[in-house]
Design a protein around this ligand. Structure first.
Ligand code: ZN
Length: 472
């Protein structure tokens, strides 16, 4: 009898709606929801983001614009965003260049035969069939080359041997080296890879030809090779090289920015973008550049979607296409959405080292082309962002410094939208940046989870901030 009664009560308790149950028995009021604690808890413990990153790296691999792998990654990300129940999931079409690397070889002829590692730079033209052979001129920098008389350069392969200081300072030898060498009559240009140290690892990256200057083949060589060529030249030998490159450029092809949102509860028309780029160079796995950043963006919206409360503003993940060799995704996004009210644009694209905080980019548009840092807005913006740094103290990531926020969101920051670039420890990033070594084994899963937490926390705080970041 007693057992029967107990069972009966249990059934009643299970069947009755919770409100009816509450009338019979006083229960403690539900604990207030702390979204920041929920975000941190999920970010630091879930396997979802990490397992997705492993899938992207090991099963899809590197993702150059126009490649079947990038198409596959786009389809995969769209499917996951739909699975996660995000709002307005879609791919927005963007035309991207279709440059393919082909094969390549580089051999030292004089003073001894030796094969050297190389990677063609993005957009490079091919060498003539059968390759080209020429004497080398090693120069220190673009400035050093500019000071050389033309006959010293004509017919040579120019080798830029500029040691890495910072990316910003060193990268012009890669982006402008071929044009500068061609202007002086060089037949090809090779750059010392843009990185701090090397285990015979060449770094690819983009370069630009210039209308009116002949295009010459161009590639990156290893630090080891550049230094050897310099030592030979300094000791009175003119090294001779044979270079073969066979890249080709196809017609622009359709690609897409992948977008998924969590709609805001109070200001759904105001947008906080969390961005990254889904394309990568055609080497390694694009793990740090920028697979980890894309999973931070995807996790941000997945975690926020899973909260029991909605953000006041819309949080929109944008996985941009074609950052590496054209920025077509970032430009297309600004063209299509630049007029929508954006509260802030965030990007994670500096590897997978420990997050330190954010670089804040506040810009003023001077004319159609030029912008400048809005220094005057800084002190007030910093005060208004106190809730952000307070929330990020849970991750020991409170650094907030003026700086460049990111390439894909650049077209939006130039329109005056406050830009936030996830700031990270980059010491482990530069040696593998744009190389075959950008693979997931270099990423610490614990650090990855922390970075997801930082990115998602920042998105939540900004989506709920009371006042605009920039004083009106
Ligand atoms: Zn990148």
């Amino acid at each position: 009898m007693r057992i029967r009664l107990a069972l009966g009560l249990l059934v009643v308790a299970l069947v009755l709606p919770a409100s009816a149950g509450a009338k019979r028995k006083k229960t403690a009021p539900p604990a207030p929801v702390d979204p920041l604690a929920l975000i941190a808890g999920e970010a630091m413990t879930t396997d979802v983001g990490w397992e997705r990153l492993v899938h992207l790296c090991d099963r899809i691999g590197h993702r150059l614009s126009g490649s079947p792998q990038l198409d596959q990654a786009i389809a995969w990300a769209l499917e996951l965003m739909r699975e996660d129940g995000l709002d307005n999931v879609r791919g927005e079409e963007v035309l991207v260049p279709t440059w393919t690397r082909g094969d390549a070889s580089l051999s030292l002829i004089t003073p001894r035969p030796m094969d050297l590692q190389l990677l063609a730079l993005g957009g490079s033209i091919a060498t003539p069939e059968g390759g080209l052979e020429a004497d080398v001129l090693v120069v220190d920098s673009l400035e050093d080359l500019a000071g050389r008389p033309e006959p010293e350069v004509t017919g040579r392969i120019v080798v830029y041997d500029l040691p890495f200081t910072s990316y910003r300072e060193t990268v012009p030898i890669r982006t402008r080296g071929a044009v500068a060498a061609a202007k002086k009559g060089a037949v090809a240009s090779l750059v010392r890879s843009v990185g701090p140290h090397s285990l015979q690892t060449p770094h690819t990256g983009n370069q630009r030809y210039e209308e009116g200057t002949p295009a010459i083949p161009t590639a990156a060589i290893t630090i080891e090779a550049a230094e050897m060529l310099r030592r030979l030249q300094e000791r009175g030998t003119t090294p001779r090289l044979r270079l073969h490159l066979s890249p080709s450029e196809g017609d622009p092809a359709p690609s897409a920015n992948v977008i998924g949102e969590v709609l805001g509860s109070e200001h759904p028309d105001e947008i906080v973008v969390v961005g990254c780029h889904l394309d990568s160079w055609d080497v390694g796995q694009g793990a740090q550049d920028d697979g980890a950043g894309c999973l931070a963006a995807m996790e941000t919206v997945r975690i926020i979607k899973g909260l029991p409360v909605r953000p006041k503003r819309t949080v929109r993940a944008v996985l941009f296409t074609n950052e590496e060799n054209g920025l077509a995704g970032g430009k297309a996004y600004a063209k299509a959405h630049g007029q929508e009210p954006h509260f802030a644009v965030l990007e994670s694209d500096t590897g997978a080292g420990t997050a330190l905080g954010f670089r804040l980019d506040l810009r003023t548009l001077l004319d159609d082309e030029t912008t400048e840092r809005d220094e005057a807005a800084w002190p007030e913006a910093m005060a208004r962002l106190t809730p952000l740094t307070q929330a990020l103290s849970a991750f020991d990531a409170t650094s907030l410094t003026p700086g460049y926020a990111g390439a894909d969101i650049g077209p939006m920051t130039r329109l005056g939208v406050p830009g936030f670039g996830l700031s990270q420890d980059m010491t482990g990033y530069w040696p593998i940046h744009h190389t075959e070594a950008d693979t997931i084994d270099k990423i610490d899963p614990v650090v990855f989870r922390k970075n997801v937490g930082v990115f998602a926390t920042a998105a939540w705080v900004l989506a709920n901030l009371e006042e605009p970041i920039r004083p009106q």
